[in-house]
Design a protein around this ligand. Sequence first.
Ligand code: UD2
Ligand code: MN
Length: 583
Amino acid sequence: TLIKFLVAAVIFLAAGPFAMKFLFGNKRADEYVDAGLPMAPNEGGFHGKEHKRSSGELQKVDWHDHKQIAADEARVGPGEQGAAVILSPEEEAKKDDLYKVNGFNAFASDKISLQRSIKDIRHPDCKAKKYWNKLPNCSIVVPFHNEHWTTLLRLTYSVINRAPKELLHEVILVDDFSTKPFLKEELDNYMKEHFPGRVKVVHAERREGLIRTRILGAKHATGDVILFLDSHVEANVNYLPPLLDPIAEDYRTVVCPFIDVIDYENFNYRAQDEGARGAFDWEFFYKRLPLLPEDLLHPAEPFNSPVMAGGLFAISRKWFWELGGYDPGLDIWGGEQYELSFKIWQCGGKMVDAPCSRIGHIYRKFAPFPNPGVGDFVGRNYKRVAEVWMDEYAEYLYQHRPHYRSIQPGDLTEQKAVRTRLSCKPFKWFMEEIAFDLVKVYPPVEPKPFASGEFRNRDADMCIDTKYGHEGSNVHLDKCISDSNGGGEQNLELSWHKDIRPSKRTVCFDVSTSVAKAPVILYNCHGMGGNQRFKFNINTQQIYHPISNQCLDCDTGSHELFMNPCDEHKKTQQWIITNVNQT
Ligand code: UD2
Ligand code: MN
């Protein structure tokens, strides 16, 4: 691959600005849509702009704005450097009203400067990374429905303050028929006053849902690239060049930033992880796959990702419209991330995550919007995506969600026409070449658990009871339900993932130390073994934890459950499980 890359780089450099020229046009959205066919190379290139860092030659340069970085680093105050804001008890009492309508602690947001600094948590290699001196420019499109004032404004300041001026063509805020009064003239006026000529506000005439709202924004965009964002994000240091650079090399590459977490309670800014490949399970929950060994070798380089999270990504305007934009039949929320991801890969593009671009997002505590009376829009959206793009694999989705079979997806002619027009590959190709490890991690047919039922201790004659405990709770023994008919959660399984979980939930036994009496704690199941991996020894009836080399044990007096050095003669380490799969 190194050789391949070098060859590509040489060809690219030799072709130089000429190659780049036809990547970016100044066509308007409707021309792309009407043209229907891939674009002819067009003149004008990159808006003919030479930017200040360029000496005319194509080269890689440092895009960091060191002045801005220093100014950010000097900031102090509530929430600065991405710290959590702590409310006083009096303030705590006042936060509820705003919490209810936003699904996050908007009262806390109001305590923080609109231009707060956040910590640069990029991989250290990112600091030295350089990008092409000539990059396409970009329109940021942000759909919003009833977004909170300070989160929307903080987003606006952060994307403008931390982007090179010549690369950020415009910011387009698209109001999806919000009902909060301040999101009308007041917002228009604020933007006119503070960001004249840089921020546009567009108002939809009816509730469109986030997908058609993004399409509406994209139709107003005139930059080479469109960066879509959710309305409650903050962009980190130098977020823009890493998103544009791969697109400059190939306009069919779509680039996602790393999505960091802004805590919904206190606005603390932190990493979610250090990268993973996007995927889905067969109920269409968004999931992640581990990085590949070669991705780990160069942690600052973009890596292929099968599926985007949905809200945050950069795509060349040309490629977006060649793909037909989004399916406008997708209503309100959900499924569009799959539609676009499948389409990008199957129709000849690719998608990468860029580790050096980090953008924080508030994952809400709960969805604050009522269903606007359009039925099961998520189900209908999923059905549209499955019917158009997933071929025989749609069946797996329907097996996990049988009621989708009877959902009417509506007219799909236009969407199928996109597939034919661009000679897109079958879904099987996507599953085998791009998401090749997905079925291993998320098998369409879940294998049977190794063991299931009650886990009864031989000494105590009591059962393990997880008691519907949340993440972080300890696990104990209790009177067996099968003896007492009492309430509890004793139907457990040693799942095919080799973890132990209540059979109806995805919290798992997790042991993170190897000391004597190491506690067993419930954590979200990660399906990756490690701390959560257990083995059942049918002969000795012990439950073994390979990573700590200890066995599940208990105290018959206190009913505590913990790990101890294995001793097959100790009855407190012997477990009778109702069903054991001998095969
Ligand atoms: C995730 C994505 C989101 C989208 C969604 C699935 C991230 C970080 N977020 O959900 O972008 O892909 O999955 O569809 O990847 N909005 C409207 N009109 C509506 C509803 C929402 O304009 O009717 C806006 C909303 O203000 C926000 C964006 O659409 O800016 C996404 O909605 P969300 O934040 O509720 O979705 P999220 O982050 O739970
Ligand atoms: Mn969001």
